[in-house]
Design a protein. Structure first.
Length: 264
């Protein structure tokens, strides 16, 4: 299988290294990743400045590697539309392994998830992977990477639906401490929105984001609850955001007798 790997922590991160090393023995791995950390970049794209791309020495068993000055979303878009040759185009896009969780509504800010979503928007099956831990050493990612490699074997007969990604969060635990796998829905929020007001040595005011963890019931079917129960969370996520179930009520409120024009 040909796999495009990208991330938002940068091409030199331990997470992407572990992922490439786990995938490359059985797959053709191509890497297009940011040249530096671009965490919480969301689904931003570079429009007003040139995108620099440099092919670097292939690392960790990958076939070819490039680094770019762009965002995570740029990486996947560039890779598929401009960098990869026709015979190198992927069967699957995998992003990560992110340093830190991507759970609940916080995935809206995630470069890792948006990177995978870009792949899905272009019609490629895509998976976003995250280590739900603040640990960042290479060894901390090895179990997560091995899990993703094994998951691909088990998904061999499963076709990820169009417009959908799998968002996977793996607790930062030893293998024997993992309590299983849970297919989950997105939770609400991982953190509160709080900012500390501080003053720098020159008397200027600045703010530092300092949200606290939100407690969520452990018996819910959410990704947040699963990870807190030491389970690997797999959440199918779609970028289709239309609330189809309220369209009829909204039309009834705004339109009269099937006529929705206020200006005639």
């Amino acid at each position: 299988m040909k796999i495009l790997v990208s991330n938002d922590d940068g091409i030199l991160s331990n997470g992407i290294r572990a992922l490439i090393e786990a995938l490359s023995p059985c797959h053709e791995v191509y890497v297009v990743a940011p040249d530096r950390e671009r965490s919480a970049a969301g689904h931003s794209l570079t429009l007003h400045t040139p995108l620099r791309v440099e092919e670097v020495d292939a690392k960790y068993g990958a076939k070819r590697c490039w680094m770019t000055s762009g965002t995570p979303g740029d990486c996947v878009k560039l890779a598929i539309n401009a960098i990869l040759a026709k015979e190198e185009l992927p069967d699957l896009v995998i992003t990560g392994i992110n340093h830190g969780p991507n759970l609940g509504a916080d995935i809206l800010y995630s470069g890792t998830v948006s990177c995978a979503m870009e792949g899905a928007m272009m019609g490629y099956p895509s998976i976003a992977t995250s280590l739900a831990s603040l640990k960042n050493e290479y060894e901390d990612f090895r179990f997560s990477a091995a899990f993703i490699a094994e998951l691909l074997n088990r998904l061999d007969k499963y076709k990820i639906p169009p417009k959908t990604i799998l968002n996977i969060n793996i607790p930062g635990l030893e293998k024997e401490d993992i309590a299983g796998i849970a297919i989950t829905e997105l939770g609400s929020r991982m953190f509160t929105d709080a900012y500390e007001r501080r003053v720098d040595p020159r008397g200027k005011v600045y703010y530092w984001m300092a949200g606290e963890l939100i407690n969520e019931p452990e018996d819910t079917s959410t990704d947040i609850a699963a990870v807190r129960n030491n389970k690997i969370s797999i959440t199918p996520v779609t970028y289709e955001m239309t609330r189809l179930n309220i369209m009829q009520d909204l039309e009834s409120s705004l339109c009269h007798e099937d006529v929705c024009s206020w200006f005639s």
